[in-house]
Write a protein of this length. Structure first.
Length: 647
């Protein structure tokens, strides 16, 4: 076992400092790997930032290439404010029109007479009618508050009740129609005198009977309905047949019958009575429908009609009012034959009912003129069919005619164009900044390890790195910028006059005529506001086709500057398998590999340091031993000399 030594005491050298310096020299590869990791992390941030710029541009371009891009947006401007507002769709025609508002639509409002606070109302049924809706309410009896609550919970779609306490002893019930217009006027059937006792209405006039129009179903030439669902309908033996005063429908069959064309009136209901089976039971429901004509073509309405009081019905006025019905559909989904009888259209009568005690607001329609033509509507809001492609909301009666101007609205389109140019320029600038190369930079290998040339490089290398873009020389980034320049300056096919074939045609270019070569070379886009406004105002469809056009008539844009830019950006914006994702993963892998190398090399350094200390310790011990021998010899010689002198 070596004796204890103090480092440097024997040799006079600071051996700890020598070991530290030697270990520091040996650890240079770790510093290099750490530097590489720092550089890779910065590169990862640079790649991700490039992707963010690319995604931002992609979003802006997609907005310009979509079918909803606001190139042809219109707006409505009135020469006086406060009388009407409006919105115009792309299909609205640019025009000036004169509007006069003579009368606004109102909601009918009625009120009763005063009744005592503690008054109790009788039990009974009553009906409230508004437009084509009617609600029959069963009232168990009680005070006015209970009646109002009953109306509120059962007739909320047609009327709103309110109670006003007029003094310490009396209160008044009032009702307001939910809908505007003359047809929404509230009418009451008060057969048991409930509303009369509440002071709301006068004497009741009974409802007259409805009128009926018989519907002749001709079984000679029925057409199977949904044969894929009712395959038995295709067999001739299962065709409908006449029976008594109706038609016999076989089990699990469905047919479409032609009828005499009839235009659906207000509150019309299609109904019929089937004959009961041997057991006296009727099916819970029967398939019932109609085919009716609209401006857009024929439409079909088919439902499962529930049985009620031995009849099946379909409220055709709810979907086909003022439209002609041409066919009737009947489907027997049971396992027994059904005989259809008494097929007819029921037209409810005009109800006079019980008159309201007090009318606070008369029910009236909106009346207005457009270019002198009088128009009536049952609402003040969202009037879409008065002027093609517009939606009007009437606010106040006019004293003098208004002039409205339907004109192109370029606000959104110009904003989107600016955002596109800003995103494009931002991506181009960032691409240029991160790929800038200092041509004078040199890599200095003068400090490389003697036994492993090229393993280490001097600090000058990293210093020079800072003078370049973090992704200097990256061909993928350079290719992106070059491709975008090419796409933004290219010419594209156009079929819409005038034919805008390049961005410069609508005022977007790399600079005005006479711009510097450097400005043009950088490829940043600039907007000529006047030219862009003119193009968007006068030729929106041509601008739209410049960004996205359908060259093969498959209703899918396949050409244009926007489509080209999206194709260029696609590899850089993909979340997986894209260029950026691959580069980031590669940098992450390099960092992981370097961290493993560092960990392994740190073990080597630890062993190396131990060996150095051990060797210096042995050296110190050897020097000390030699010194001890020398001292012993010197002392022995001195002793011998002293002895000789005494002799």
């Amino acid at each position: 076992m070596p004796s204890f030594t103090i480092p440097g005491l024997s040799t006079g050298q600071n051996t700890n400092d020598l070991v530290r310096k030697l270990v520091e020299v040996e650890s240079k590869p770790i510093k290099r790997w750490e530097k590489e990791n720092e550089h890779n992390k910065v590169q990862m941030r640079a790649w991700n930032e490039l992707k963010n710029h690319a995604v931002n541009l992609q979003i802006k371009v997609k907005a310009l290439t979509s079918f909803t891009a606001p190139f042809a947006s219109k707006k409505i401007i009135a020469n006086e404010e406060g009388f009407l507002t409006g919105e115009a769709s792309k299909g609205a025609k640019v025009a000036k029109q004169e509007i006069e508002i003579a009368q606004l639509a109102t909601k009918h409002k009625v009120a009763g007479t005063k009744i005592k606070l503690n008054s109790q109302l009788p039990a009974g049924n009553f009906t409230i009618v508004s437009k084509d809706r009617r609600v029959t309410i069963e009232f168990p009896g009680g005070d006015l508050e209970k009646l109002a609550e009953r109306i509120r919970s059962n007739a909320q779609t047609i009327a709103k009740p309110s109670i006003t306490k007029v003094d310490s002893e009396n209160q008044v019930l009032s009702l307001s129609a939910v809908q505007f217009g003359k047809d929404a006027e509230l009418k009451f059937l008060d057969e048991n005198g409930v509303l009369s006792a509440a002071g709301l209405v006068g004497g009741n006039i009974p409802e007259p009977p409805p009128s009926f129009i018989p519907v002749n179903l001709a079984p000679e030439s029925p057409v199977p309905y949904q044969p894929e669902k009712f395959p038995l309908s295709k067999e001739p033996t299962n065709a409908p047949a006449k029976t008594g005063g109706g038609i016999l429908i076989k089990p699990n069959t469905a047919f479409q019958f032609s009828i005499q064309k009839w235009t659906v009136e207000k509150s019309s209901i299609l109904e019929f009575t089937p004959s009961s089976s041997a057991d006296g039971k009727l099916p819970d429901y029967i398939g019932l429908g109609v085919v009716y004509e609209t401006k857009e073509g024929e439409k079909t309405k088919y439902v499962s009609a529930d049985q009620k009081n031995g009849k099946y019905s379909l409220a055709i006025h709810e979907f086909a009012k003022d439209s002609p019905i041409t066919k009737v559909i009947l489907a027997n989904t049971t396992d027994r034959e059904i005989a259809i009888q008494d097929f007819k259209i029921k037209i409810p009568p005009n109800i006079q009912g019980a008159p309201a005690t007090n009318v606070l607001v008369e029910a009236q329609d909106a009346i207005f003129k457009i270019d002198g033509i009088e128009i009536t509507r049952d609402t003040n809001e969202n009037i879409k069919d008065a002027i093609e492609g517009t939606s009007l909301t009437l606010m106040k009666v006019t004293q003098n005619p208004l002039t409205i101007d339907i004109t192109a609205d370029t606000t959104k389109a110009v904003t989107m164009m600016r955002e596109f140019v800003e995103s494009y320029n931002s991506l181009m600038k960032y691409s240029r900044d991160i790929t800038t190369t200092n041509r004078e930079d040199k890599i200095d290998l003068s400090n490389a390890a003697n036994d492993q040339p090229g393993l280490d490089i001097s600090a000058d290398y990293w210093s020079n790195k800072l003078k370049n873009g973090i992704l200097a020389g990256e061909t993928a980034v350079i290719r992106l910028a070059t491709s975008l320049k090419s796409a933004s300056g290219a010419s594209y096919p156009s079929n819409t006059e005038p034919r805008f074939k390049a961005l410069v045609d609508i005022g977007i270019s790399t600079g005005d005529p006479g711009a510097s070569l450097q400005q043009t070379k950088e490829g940043y886009l600039v907007i000529n506001e006047t030219s862009l406004q003119t193009a968007l105002t006068e030729y929106p469809e041509s601008v739209k086709e410049l960004f996205a056009s359908d060259t093969n008539s498959d209703n899918k844009p396949d050409d244009g500057v926007g489509i080209s830019i999206l194709e260029i950006l696609k590899p850089y914006t993909q979340f997986t398998s894209g260029i950026v994702s691959t580069k980031v993963k590669l940098a992450e892998t390099q960092i992981q590999d370097n961290n493993k190398r560092i960990k392994d090399y740190e073990g080597h350094l630890s062993n190396y340091e131990k060996k150095l200390k051990q060797r210096f310790e042995y050296m110190e011990q050897g020097v000390q031993k030699n010194k001890n021998i020398g001292n012993y010899l010197n002392n022995s010689i001195k002793q011998m000399k002293a002895n000789n002198e005494r002799e």
